[in-house]
Design a protein around this ligand. Structure first.
Ligand SMILES: [Zn+2]
Length: 284
């Protein structure tokens, strides 16, 4: 299969053909719209009655799926800031009959963190009765913000796309993370203090996004170090580029490991202290 989608999504097609697909997935991504578009390619791929080609234009099924007109396929997006119980009721009504054109009734819920307790409770019935041909996908920026009764019943798949400089600069946490990295790289002995002054004094920070952004910044630094020219980056991130390639890779691995740990509920103060000690490598 040669389709341009994220590898972790592509793997779902293999699971499907091996009959190993779960009934409910929670996709965590840094780009909800892109993830949604690629997920639709996957859904077309597994349902297309022909040998699926990129942008299958030959069949009605793919056309109907493209336009969200297929009766056995429903996309739910938040109405304002929440997903309302009426939207879930609509889903239940639609999917109370067996699917006709596809093997499963398939739903996608975008911004799954917008399910409130009422609508989430209504959703649980679908998730708990997997025998009735329903395949579900929740998409979110942060699994920790998804109500735990839903999260615990889903298989979590990470669909993170490589950042470019634009997405790094446009990240809402850019200036916060930039000043943090600058301080912990240049003033290592005081690094722990900056956990408090920069992060912990702010309530309600999304540490998942913060750590993902840090990771993206170090990945870019590694690229620049390896000779991929980016003048703008080299000037702004000189404080990172003074590290050699080995050091940058070590930091990348540490940040990546801590990002994984954030799936679990952590004590953020201890978490950050441990992180900064490991990252700063006080032995040098
Ligand atoms: Zn098709």
């Amino acid at each position: 299969m040669n389709i341009a989608v994220h590898n972790n999504l592509k793997a779902l097609v293999d699971y499907y053909h091996e009959n190993k697909l779960s009934h409910t997935y929670l996709l965590e991504t840094n780009d909800i719209e892109k993830c949604y578009a690629e997920l639709k390619i996957i859904i077309k791929n597994i349902n297309c009655p022909h040998e699926y080609q990129d942008n299958c234009a030959n069949c009605n099924l793919c056309k109907l799926l493209d336009n969200n007109y297929l009766p056995s396929f429903l996309v739910i997006e938040p109405d304002g800031k929440i997903i309302k119980k009426e939207q879930i009721l609509d889903l239940k009504t639609r999917f109370s009959t067996i699917p006709i054109y596809t093997k499963e009734n398939i739903y996608i819920i975008k911004n799954a963190e917008c399910l409130n307790a009422t609508s989430a409770n209504m959703m649980l019935k679908f998730i708990e009765e997997p025998e009735n041909n329903i395949l579900g996908f929740f998409i979110t920026n942060n699994v920790n913000n998804v109500i735990s009764t839903i999260k615990s019943r889903c298989e979590i798949v990470k669909v993170f796309y490589e950042a470019n400089m634009d997405s790094i600069y446009n990240n809402p946490y850019f200036s916060l993370v930039y000043s943090y990295l600058q301080k912990i790289e240049l003033e290592k002995s005081k690094a722990i203090l900056y956990n408090k002054s920069i992060f912990l004094n702010n309530a309600n920070l999304d540490y998942n996004l913060i750590f993902k952004l840090m990771l993206d910044i170090y990945i870019q630094a590694i690229k620049v170090k390896m000779g991929e020219e980016d003048q703008e980056y080299s000037e702004q991130f000189a404080f990172l580029l003074k590290n050699d390639l080995k050091e940058l890779r070590r930091r990348e691995q540490i940040i990546s490991a801590y990002l994984e740990e954030l799936i679990y509920n952590v004590n953020i103060e201890l978490f950050l202290d441990k992180f900064v000690i490991e990252l700063s490598d006080f032995n040098e």
